[in-house]
Ligand binder design. Structure first.
Ligand code: NAD
Length: 275
């Protein structure tokens, strides 16, 4: 694939490393973030997040002229949205996703997108959010959705291993249009060197990310609950899990091998390591 002009919206734990691997793969990357402090730090040659090996590769791509950070949106051929999606409470006091950052980023893309451009949503979102982004870009730009490409490609990295995982993890790429997903796959294939990019529709991609997170949450909670019960019974949770995992269809997560005193006295808690 020819090198692309890419604007990444949101230069945090996902957007900055993604910008850097794209720049390392030869693309010309313009990072956009409304936080001026972030832009000032990045353009002084320093990164503002803590991540293994990232500063070294950042310096290389900046020196190669492949990355620059901006406080205003820059026109490109590809736009990648990596903005926060925290929880907020609705009127019934239930937790729901706060999509205001995604909506605002989609409006920003709508101001500069042109015919043939690729818009990729990487943030973790509820089902149908990619459709919402498409509608906002369409409305803001006046371009019909047939004239640009809209794709969801959720992120799966683990902080501390982000650079490694960006190049090694399999990715799910979803779109309403097969042609759009294939275009995005061509781009991701330039830096996902050891993983495979799988194509599906955008709603399946959104649900896929949510069920991955749910699966991990449930299994981490299970291991933590087990450790509390083992504490009460005075048995070794590590030994128990090792024995239970001898079952051919059981794979309980292994808790982190450190303990701390709780507020309730000397009882130890075991916190689960992501594995
Ligand atoms: N951090 C992780 O380990 C991880 C892993 C997988 C998925 N995700 C998902 O990736 C998304 C981004 O998470 P993150 O950890 O990078 O967040 P972050 O808070 O580290 O960074 C987000 C950045 O977006 C910027 N921003 C806010 N509004 C913006 C806008 N309208 N336009 C452009 N930039 C804007 C913020 O200033 C900030 O610098 C979230 O949906 C998160 O759930 C995160």
């Amino acid at each position: 694939m020819k090198e692309k002009q890419i604007t990444v919206l949101g230069l945090g734990y996902i957007g900055l490393p993604t910008s850097i691997v794209l720049a390392k793969a030869g693309h010309n990357v313009k990072g956009y973030d409304p936080n001026e402090e972030v832009i000032k730090t990045l353009n002084s040659g320093k990164i503002h997040i803590v991540e293994n090996n990232l500063q070294k590769v950042y310096t290389e791509v900046v020196e190669a002229g492949k990355f620059k950070a901006y406080a205003e949106i820059q026109p490109s051929d590809v736009y990648i949205i990596c903005v926060p999606t925290p929880f907020k409470k609705n009127n019934e006091n239930e937790k729901i996703a706060d999509l205001s950052y995604v909506e605002s980023a989609a409006k920003t893309v709508g101001k500069v997108v042109k015919e043939g451009d690729l818009v990729i949503l990487e943030s973790t979102v509820p089902p149908l959010t990619t459709k919402l982004v498409t509608e906002i870009v369409e409305k803001e730009s006046g371009l019909s959705r047939e004239k640009f490409h809209s794709v969801h490609c959720p992120e799966r990295v683990l902080p501390g291993r982000i650079l490694y995982e960006l190049e090694h993890n399999d990715r799910i790429i979803g779109s309403q249009k097969r042609e759009s997903a294939e275009l995005a796959k061509e781009l991701y294939d330039t830096f996902v060197k050891e993983g495979t990019c799988y194509i599906t529709d955008d709603i399946t991609a959104e649900m896929c990310k949510l069920i991955e997170n749910t699966y991990r949450d449930v299994n981490i909670a299970l291991a933590n609950e087990l450790s509390i019960i083992c504490d009460k019974l005075g048995i070794d949770v590590f030994n128990l899990i090792e024995l239970a995992n001898k079952h051919p269809r059981v794979n309980i997560l292994k808790p982190r091998s450190w303990r701390r005193r709780t507020l309730f006295g000397n009882r130890s808690m075991v916190y689960c390591r992501k594995v």
